[in-house]
Design a protein around this ligand. Sequence first.
Ligand code: HEC
Length: 228
Amino acid sequence: MMNFRTFILGLAASFGLPWLCLIVIPTVQYQHLAPIAYDKEKDGVDFTSYPPANINGQGQLVYIREGCNQCHTQMIRPVQLGLDGWYKGWGEDQEARPSAPVRPNVLRDYLGEKYALLGVQRVGPDLANYGWRAPDANALHQHLYAPRSVHEWSNMPAYPGLYKVQKIQGQVSNRALKLPKKFAPPAGYEVVPTPEADRLVEYLLSLKKAYPVPGQSAVAAAPAPASK
Ligand code: HEC
């Protein structure tokens, strides 16, 4: 009987302790996170509070539904975990060695988002700061409609379901995607984005988790956000 009790207690502890440490304590600790005000003198930033910009929430729902999260992370790891912090294209500064390192993400970066989409695997590039390096919306639509029309080697799935192939009525729509011949619809037809595709692209363009964190000196030197 004694052994059985020890067994049950041991079982409860092995599941209860991780649950307490990984779920309960962080939830209690972090659920009241609020934006912090910038100090213009110290942070050198003109915005009132951090994080200054919200992401496009409707687009985020499309991102979740389509499973983009399975292949794309939105989290730049802390430097001590092996990241040099200067990779080209990881922040606002697009140089091969930007003047300021791209900072790792912190908890508050995800404030203003209904879900913090850290990602499941890094099959594709990290999208935490994608808004800084994204091409224009049209090029982004082309990539989502047919990734291989942009990179022949791409193993990202295509999302034709987010686009409508329609018969050209009179003039070609000004929203029609300009596709290479191999990916173009049959003659007399055009491909236009659905409203969902538009929200998804707005969401991707709104991903800019590189804003300076108030009071963090290493980060105060990071590039000041500018609207794009
Ligand atoms: C099966 C894995 C996979 C899924 C699912 C996936 N992607 Fe990708 N994605 C990739 C790979 C691999 C690349 C790099 C190749 C390329 O650019 O096509 C990429 C590239 C991208 C890029 C360009 C990133 C850059 O730094 O240039 C964007 C934006 C993107 N994906 C958005 C999405 C969105 C939005 C979804 C969901 C609708 C999605 N991906 C779903 C694998 C995936």
